[in-house]
Design a protein around this ligand. Structure first.
Ligand code: IGP
Length: 393
C-alpha cells in the first residue's frame, strides 16, 4: 500500500485519499499524458508527508473491496463526494457528470444537466476553486512552495491576539474583514485600498484582520494579503479562502497568513483533521467554520480544534440570522466547547452594539465583521460605532 501511496502528490486531501486508498490495482491513467485541468488528478510526484501515512492506512482499512472497482478517473471525485455526503455535506466537490459548460474546451460539447450545473453559489465557488487550485499547483508545485516558506514572514499569534483583546476590552475580540465585494451583497466599497483599510481597522482597535483572497467571487487576492503583511500592520492575518486542498494552506503561509479558514460545509472530517494538523505544523491558527448543528457536532468530534466560527450566513442561500450563533451554543454543545477550551467567533451580519452584545451573551469571545465596517468612509469610526465605544485603548 505504501508503495502505491507514494505515487501520490502530498497535497491531495484525505477525502481524495479515501478514493485512492481503495485502489488494489494501479490506476490506469497515463501519468505523462497532459490532461485538461478538470481531469488532472495529481499523480506522479513521489511525495508523501510522513504524518499522512498512518492516516492513509487508517482510511484504507475502512474502504471495502467493492470500492476498489471505482478506479475510473472521474469517479475519484465522485467517491470523494460520497464520503462527504455520508457526513451530511451537500456540496459536491466536483460536477458528477463532468465539467460544466463553462469549462469545456473548444472541441467538446456538453449539454447542461443536473450533474454539471452547480446547485448553489457555494457549490459553484468550490467547482471553480478546484480548477483554479489545479492550475496554481501546476505553476508552483509543493516542493517550490515549501522552499518559499523559508522566506515567509514569521507567524503571529492569531488566537492569542483574540484572547488578549477580549481580556483587555471585556468585549469580543474583533476580526475586521478586508472585503471589497461578495456574491450576496455585490461591491461593498468602490475605492478599495486594502492597506488603507487594514491600517484604519488596526487604528480602530481590531485584534486581527481577515483578508478575502478569492478573486472571482469576492474581488480579493493574495496580493492584498501580502501587501497588508508588508505594510507595517501588526494585526495577525486570517486568509479568507475556500480551502479544498492542503496546498492552499502552504500557499497562504508564503503570502504572510497567520490563520486560515476551513469551512466545514465543504470539507469532510478527515480533511479537517488533516488540514488542522498541517496548520499546526506551519504554526497557523485554523478557524473552522460551521453553520448548523450537524456541522458543529462534526467539528466538536475532531481533536485539536481551538477556534470555531459560527457563520450566521447560510452560504448556500445567503440568508443571515444572528440567532444562529445562539442556537448553536446551547446545552451539551456549549458544555463541550467549554470543556475543550474552544474559542467561538460569531461571524456575519453584525451591525450594531446590540448585535455584538447579543452574540457575546450567547458565548462568543470574538466576532468577524465585514460589511458594516468596510462600507464606512472611515472604517476606524465604523468600529467605534459597531461597538458603541472606542475599543482602541
Ligand atoms: O460582511 P459580514 O456580514 O460582516 O460577514 C463577514 C464574514 O463573516 C463573511 O464575509 C464570511 C464568513 N464566512 C465566509 C466564508 C467565505 C467568504 C466570506 C465569509
Amino acid at each position: 500500500m505504501e508503495a502505491k501511496m507514494s505515487m501520490r502528490a502530498a497535497t491531495n486531501t484525505p477525502a481524495q485519499m479515501v478514493s485512492m486508498a481503495s485502489f488494489n490495482v494501479r490506476p490506469k491513467f497515463n501519468v505523462f499524458k497532459p490532461t485538461p485541468v478538470w481531469k488532472s488528478i495529481t499523480f506522479g510526484a513521489p511525495l508523501v508527508i510522513q504524518a499522512q501515512k498512518s492516516e492513509i492506512k487508517e482510511v484504507a482499512a475502512e474502504v471495502s473491496e467493492k470500492d476498489a472497482l471505482k478506479v475510473k478517473e472521474w469517479e475519484v471525485g465522485m467517491l470523494q463526494d460520497e464520503v462527504a455526503a455520508s457526513q451530511g455535506i451537500r456540496i459536491r466537490r466536483r460536477p458528477p457528470t463532468g465539467p460544466p459548460l463553462h469549462y469545456v474546451g473548444p472541441f467538446e460539447f456538453r449539454i447542461q444537466n443536473e450533474g454539471n450545473t452547480p446547485r448553489n453559489i457555494l457549490e459553484e465557488i468550490v467547482w471553480h476553486k478546484d480548477v483554479e487550485v489545479a492550475q496554481m499547483k501546476e505553476k508552483m508545485p509543493l516542493p517550490s512552495l515549501k522552499r518559499a516558506l523559508d522566506n515567509a514572514p514569521p507567524v503571529r499569534d492569531f488566537l492569542g491576539a483574540l484572547k488578549a483583546a477580549n481580556a483587555r476590552t471585556g468585549l469580543p475580540g474583533l476580526i475586521a474583514e478586508v472585503k471589497k465585494a461578495s456574491p450576496s451583497r455585490g461591491v461593498l466599497r468602490e475605492n478599495f485600498d486594502p492597506v488603507e483599510i487594514a491600517k484604519a481597522y488596526e487604528k480602530g482597535g481590531a485584534a486581527c484582520l481577515s483578508v478575502l483572497t478569492d478573486q472571482k467571487y469576492f474581488q480579493g487576492g493574495f496580493e492584498n494579503l501580502e501587501k497588508i503583511r508588508n505594510s507595517g500592520v501588526q494585526c495577525p492575518l486570517l486568509c479568507k479562502e475556500f480551502v479544498i486542498d492542503a496546498w492552499q494552506i502552504y500557499y497562504a503561509r508564503t503570502k504572510g497568513a497567520d490563520a486560515i479558514l476551513l469551512v466545514a460545509a465543504i470539507l469532510p472530517d478527515l480533511d479537517i483533521r488533516y488540514m488542522t494538523k498541517i496548520c499546526k505544523l506551519l504554526g497557523l491558527t485554523a478557524l473552522v467554520e460551521v453553520h448548523d448543528e450537524k456541522e458543529m457536532d462534526r467539528v466538536l468530534g475532531i481533536e485539536g480544534i481551538e477556534l470555531i466560527g459560527i457563520n450566521n450566513r447560510n452560504l448556500e442561500t445567503f440568508e443571515v440570522d444572528i440567532s444562529n450563533t445562539r442556537n448553536l451554543l446551547q446545552g451539551e454543545r456549549w458544555q463541550k466547547i467549554q470543556e475543550k477550551g474552544i474559542i467561538v467567533v460569531g461571524e456575519s451580519g453584525l451591525f450594531t452594539p446590540s448585535d455584538i452584545a447579543y452574540v457575546q451573551e450567547a458565548g462568543v469571545k470574538a466576532v468577524l465583521v465585514g460589511e458594516s465596517i468596510v462600507k464606512q468612509s472611515d472604517p476606524t469610526k465604523g468600529i467605534t460605532e459597531l461597538f458603541g465605544k472606542d475599543i482602541s485603548c
